[in-house]
Design a protein around this ligand. Structure first.
Ligand SMILES: Cc1ncc(C[n+]2csc(CCOP(=O)(O)OP(=O)(O)O)c2C)c(N)n1
Ligand SMILES: [Mg+2]
Length: 603
């Protein structure tokens, strides 16, 4: 059967004059020459990772990428689903701090990147979206697989360029190189000297839409020589500091430091410098240190502690509680927000003094080491410990070593019973926290379990990530795979990446369990708390009044998916961990490929 021209993928649009493209190119295809020049520019500017999904219009970039990988100049990851590819690139960039490139063909393929682009925009993650397109003469005439790609991501990109490979060559590698370099710099948030803006640039996605004409690719014999000249990534905070307004925070015992997602360890040092308690979300990068106040939901709601707060310094993007925004909008509370690498400064009360970097928050009155400060911090820290308490009574260690045989037997019976107990959300959170070490990575999906972890785990300096830019349940497995892959690149003693998700969050991104033949497997344990649907909605106020059946159907969205079967279909190991002993064993299992650990949870 011969397909009608309009249904054939990318074959019918030979709009060039005969021979024009061939005469002035290196490879025989302007598209290939352009793709090679662009990738060379990106790699020389510091790009290390490229994710692509297959397609015809993007073939020149895809084949050139394979060649760069063969030459050891790029790591290439191939994924069928562009939504998955986008989140994989996001995870690679989160872990490496470098912009990952994601390549798609034209049409709906591009739109599938939108969720990851939005997340990258809102959380300040560098990313380069490289989409292939039809040339201008084929746009707006109903050509196959052609839509309005330039500008598709709206305000979510730091920059967007509608580029085209020249009509008939030759490709000017210097010009293409400078486009690539500028894209890397913008994605990293390096300020543009020509742009007179008050706020410094922040990292985020850059869209390069490239129109290719036929012939869409040609054989490639040689790559241009490498000329590495990486863009300096550290410039964001330097620039922020250079242009910053100075704000003084008095050292007085009524200040609290709030560290939301991505705040970083600076929040912890600032809390100590101010002699202030630290309210740090679990993915803040500051959930540790002597000033960390656990159980802060209760403390902020407490009239004597939360009620006494007069000033809050916020770093990062708090999203996990209602108590933090309530505090920041309360009358009589002064709010200083330290702008991070995110699209918007966090300012729920629209009343904050926004500063650009942490060292502009100067402490007046010297080092806070007086008794009043110690007492203020101590009250938060001790009350927090009491609020969180212990899930279980501490084991009676005296009984364990007692001379009395029956006391020892009683102790052992108690311990065995504990190990046989089913896993609660709290035990799941605490166990994952306990087994994660600084060389490991922990990724937390949106919904109920991240809040459980946030609420109960003690301080520990480990790498925790969550997509909190928009808190979507989409792309979590792919993001974690990207973090795992980037963390295992040149690792002598590789750690493990663990991602904790609810069942709906897993099912939403189940396609990201797919690895094609020959694709590098991430060192990843996907831990699924399976309660049969979205139990976060059980906590909505409306659940008390809405019809039970309706709530179940439209919010809880029950399913009977057999996760073991899914895992098998995708070639993953599946372990059912119904008891605490089984969970411990599953997490400690020797590495022999990606594993999906299913933990049944009561609704
Ligand atoms: C892309 C996207 N769609 C919808 C939502 C709204 N949402 C938030 S949590 C949730 C349910 C999550 O269920 P599950 O992963 O099973 O976690 P659980 O609360 O049951 O632990 C949904 C649908 C979202 N955050 N992102
Ligand atoms: Mg669930």
């Amino acid at each position: 059967m011969t397909l009608p021209a309009s249904d054939r993928p990318d074959t019918a649009e030979s709009e060039l004059p005969e021979g024009a493209a061939v005469a002035t190119t290196t490879s025989g295809s302007v598209a290939t020459d352009y793709a090679v020049a662009l990738l060379a520019g990106l790699v020389d500017a510091g790009v290390r990772e490229l994710v692509l999904s297959p397609g015809s219009r993007s073939q020149a970039i895809a084949l050139a990428a394979a060649e760069f990988e063969r030459a050891g100049r790029l790591r290439l990851r191939v994924r069928i689903d562009e939504r998955s590819a986008g989140f994989l690139a996001l995870g690679l960039a989160v872990e490496s701090g470098l912009p990952a490139v994601v390549v798609t063909t034209s049409g709906t393929a591009v739109a599938n990147l939108h969720p990851a682009v939005l997340e990258a925009h809102h959380s300040g993650v560098p990313m380069i979206v490289l989409t292939a397109d039809r040339p201008v003469e084929l746009r707006g005439i109903g050509a196959n697989q052609t839509t309005q790609q330039p500008g598709m991501f709206g305000v979510a990109t730091r920059a967007g360029h509608d580029l085209e490979a020249p009509r008939s060559g030759p490709v000017d590698p210097t010009a293409v190189r400078s486009v690539a370099r500028a894209a890397v710099a913008t994605a990293l948030g390096v300020p543009d000297a020509d742009r007179a803006e008050s706020a410094p640039a922040v990292p985020g996605p850059v869209h390069l839409n490239v129109a290719f004409r036929e012939p869409l690719s040609a054989a490639l014999d040689a790559l241009p020589a490498a000329r590495p000249e990486p863009v300096e990534a550290a410039s964001w905070s330097d620039a922020a500091r250079a242009g910053a307004v100075r704000v003084e925070v008095d050292v007085e015992p009524a200040t609290v430091v709030v560290a939301g997602h991505g705040a970083g360890p600076e929040a912890e040092s600032l809390a100590r410098a101010l002699g202030a308690p630290l309210v740090a979300e679990v993915s803040s990068g500051a959930h540790f240190g002597p000033n960390l106040a656990l159980g802060f939901r209760a403390l902020l709601g407490d009239a004597e502690l939360g009620g006494a707060v007069r000033r809050v310094v916020v770093l990062g993007h708090p999203t996990l509680t209602r108590q933090v925004p309530a505090l920041l909008t309360r009358a009589g509370v002064e709010v200083v927000v330290v702008r991070g690498a995110t699209a918007d400064a966090y300012d729920p009360g629209r009343s904050a003094t926004v500063v650009d970097a942490v060292d502009v928050v100067e402490t007046a009155g010297g080092v806070p080491d007086d008794r009043a400060h110690r007492a203020w911090v101590g009250r938060w820290v001790h009350s927090g410990r009491r609020v969180v308490g212990d899930d279980e009574a501490a084991p009676d260690l005296e009984a364990a070593t007692s001379d009395d045989g029956s006391a020892r037997a009683e102790f052992l019976r108690g311990e065995v019973a504990l190990l046989r107990r089913s896993v609660t959300r709290r035990a799941l959170a605490e166990t994952l926290w306990r087994v994660t070490w600084p060389h490991d990575r922990l990724v937390l999906g949106a919904s109920r379990l991240i809040r459980e972890v946030d609420e109960v785990v003690p301080g520990k300096k480990i790498r925790v990530h969550a997509n909190r830019g928009l808190a979507g349940i989409d792309g979590t497995v792919a993001t974690a795979a990207g973090i795992a892959l980037a963390s295992q690149v040149d690792d002598g003693a590789p750690g493990v990446t663990r991602v904790l998700v609810g069942d709906l969050t897993l099912l939403h991104d189940v396609g990201s369990l797919l690895f094609g033949d020959g694709e590098v497997r991430p060192r990843l344990q996907v831990v699924v708390g399976n309660d049969g649907g979205g139990t976060i909605f059980d906590g909505l106020e409306v659940a008390a009044t809405a019809p039970v059946d309706a709530m179940r159907r439209v919010q809880f969205t029950p399913h009977g998916v057999q996760l073991a079967g899914l895992a098998a279909a995708y070639g993953w190991h599946h372990v059912l961990a119904s008891t605490r002993a089984e969970l411990d064993q599953a997490l400690a299992r020797a590495w022999d490929g990606p594993v999906l650990i299913e933990v049944p949870l009561a609704r």
